[in-house]
Design a protein around this ligand. Structure first.
Ligand SMILES: [Fe+2]
Ligand SMILES: [Fe+2]
Length: 249
């Protein structure tokens, strides 16, 4: 069994960023002892250097292996360069200890713009990484900030990935198991062919839809079973989806 914690949209530095909520979420995640932790962007509000330093301070509290990818807010004010200095490459991979699962993180941000794009060069890199993972018989997860498929009840669609069609085809052709993203601050699950697309809510920003609460997702991947849970930071844990048709490791 592999357990993954997925959080998104911290927005450190925003007036509506809730520090205590983030610290409590991190404490809960540490208590779960997941195999891997992934953060799908908008770590900061404005991409400022000091915001990145503060975000790093919070994320250093996470006790398990961590991958982060940048969001549109992180790419403001040359945050795309700062991201690499404070964290790691904007595109990266992370594999679990057993080596049976790999996460490929993509940078879908564009400097000082809100829309997202993977781009041809990064798509080629992603396809090479997916081929490697396929050869090694690994469970394949793609992590990126922008959603590839529109999320219901989030108003007029503006920021879906500009090259969503090309990337969607590549992901389903290459039999990616899961695609995880953030950006809309609204948790949702779609499934296209055999690929499951999950968006996370915001873990610590008050930019919430209706009565939504701050939350993070957890993925329990067992033999032939994938369980997707939404964990409210203060409140309940909800089962978002469960697939048992050979969807697991
Ligand atoms: Fe956000
Ligand atoms: Fe965003």
């Amino acid at each position: 069994m592999v357990l993954i914690a997925h959080l998104s949209d911290l927005h450190v530095g925003a007036i509506n960023h809730m520090e205590k909520t983030l610290l409590d979420a991190i404490a809960r995640i540490n208590g779960m002892n997941p195999d891997l932790v992934v953060i799908t962007g908008d770590l900061t509000e404005n991409g400022y250097y000091l915001e990145f330093l503060k975000a790093r301070e919070y994320l250093d509290l996470i006790e398990n292996p961590l991958m982060v990818v940048p969001g549109n807010h992180d790419a403001r004010h040359v945050g795309n360069e700062t991201f690499e200095e404070i964290f790691h490459d904007r595109s990266s991979t992370l594999t679990n200890d057993n080596g049976d699962l790999t996460i490929i993180g993509l940078d879908s941000s564009e400097p000082d713009l809100d829309y997202g794009k993977v781009g041809r060069q990064q798509q080629i890199w992603m396809e090479k990484e997916l081929l490697k993972a396929q050869k090694n018989n690994q469970y394949k997860i793609i992590a990126l900030h922008h959603h590839i498929i529109p999320v219901p009840k989030t108003g007029r669609e503006r920021n879906v990935l500009a090259d969503a069609g090309d990337i969607l085809q590549s992901l389903t052709d290459k039999n990616v198991d899961m695609v995880i993203s953030g950006h809309k601050h609204v948790p949702h699950v779609w499934r296209v062919e055999k690929t499951v697309f999950v968006t996370a809510g915001t873990v610590s920003s008050l930019k919430l839809r209706g009565k939504d609460k701050n939350s993070f997702n957890t993925y329990k991947i067992e033999e032939d079973v994938l369980e997707i849970n939404l964990n409210q930071v203060y409140g309940k844990k909800y089962l978002m989806a469960r697939y048992d048709d050979k969807c697991g490791i």
